[in-house]
Design a protein around this ligand. Structure first.
Ligand SMILES: C[S@@+](CC[C@H](N)C(=O)[O-])C[C@H]1O[C@@H](n2cnc3c(N)ncnc32)[C@H](O)[C@@H]1O
Length: 308
């Protein structure tokens, strides 16, 4: 089976259990075609003032609060872009991305400053809840829609899709997934992952919905075409007015609220829950809290809410 240069074959549960895993790491930053400076020769220093400019911009643009502890992370991640462009000062890079014509580089900076950690079936309690409580309760015959609202590279959306495909054979359903980072959205649309990410996918779902890379794609998996066709990805900034995306039965907003301050959290949760049907479920990360954020939701169990 071939797609976009990916050779793949069906995965059998037994095979997966014995497959030795090679890691394919995806480079986050394009490498400079002609390195303008040797990285070892230029020492880049991010001043407090320059850091403040990036902090203010990221907060304005995405609602993300960069604490002082993130200064070295910002210097390291953006340092690559300074070298790429032959710049020696972070302030010059900042002015460059603020130019109206620099939208592509602005997006690269945004992609680099977001934290995109995710994996299949992360926080399994939520998937168990979906499987055992939400799906059996749904109104038969009514289309079922789920939104993965900070989807990162798509593992969350495809995990949900595997459960829905398994349980909703005679119901119309779809997953809508979004993120602010175009870099992770490209990975999500490709649906091609290092096999080590499959660690938490139940073997029978892995066998049913994923293909195993062969030859040069050894050590990778590709989500199969049927499942991919049920998931739509779009770029959405939760810190702005949402586009017209309809209403959802379940919304996953997991592990993104931690990057927002209380006021941004309140605005984002209000905006997102407005798209949840009454009686619909709203899931946040286990380490997150909605304390003092909204009274439109009723707590069902830690990190699981229902719209009143
Ligand atoms: C740590 S990942 C969480 C992925 C997944 N929900 C999970 O729990 O595994 C956080 C994601 O939130 C996205 N994000 C951050 N700020 C955002 C914003 N203002 N609008 C939309 N997505 C945002 C980041 O790009 C990142 O991919």
């Amino acid at each position: 089976m071939k797609r976009e240069g990916v050779s793949a074959q069906r995965i059998s549960a037994a095979k997966v259990a014995t497959t030795s895993v090679a890691t394919t790491s995806v480079a986050k930053t394009p490498v400079a075609k002609t390195p303008l400076r040797e990285s070892g020769h230029v020492s880049l220093e991010l001043s407090d003032r320059e850091f403040q400019m990036f902090q203010d911009w990221l907060h304005r643009a995405a609602g993300i609060k960069l604490t002082a502890t993130k200064k070295s992370m910002v210097a390291a991640r953006l340092g690559k872009r300074l070298r790429f462009h032959g710049l020696t000062r972070y302030g010059d890079y900042f002015r460059m991305i603020m130019e109206p014509a620099a939208t592509a580089e602005l997006q690269v900076a945004l992609d680099l400053l977001t934290t995109n950690e995710t994996y299949f079936f992360r926080e399994p309690k939520h998937f168990e809840f979906l499987q055992k409580t939400v799906l059996p309760q749904r109104i038969p015959g009514r289309p079922f829609r789920v939104w993965s609202a900070a989807s990162s590279s798509g593992e969350e959306a495809y995990s949900i899709a595997m459960l829905l495909a398994d349980q909703l054979s005679s119901t119309q359903w779809e997953i809508f997934a979004s993120d602010i980072s175009t870099h992770v959205l490209r990975m999500a649309s490709n649906a091609h992952y290092p096999m080590e990410r499959a660690r938490h996918i139940p073997p029978q779902l892995l066998a049913r919905y994923c293909l195993k890379g062969m030859g040069p794609q050894e050590g990778t998996l590709l989500v199969n075409r049927a499942l991919r066709s049920k998931v739509t990805f779009a770029q959405i900034n939760l810190n702005q007015t949402l586009p017209e995306i309809g209403e959802f039965d379940v919304i996953f907003l997991r592990n993104v609220l931690i990057y927002f301050d209380q006021e941004t959290k309140r605005k984002v949760v209000t905006r997102v829950t407005a798209r949840l049907k009454p009686g619909g479920y709203f899931l946040i990360g286990h380490s997150e809290s909605l304390h003092g954020v909204t009274d439109a939701l009723r707590l069902v169990s830690p990190s699981i809410y229902c719209k009143k």
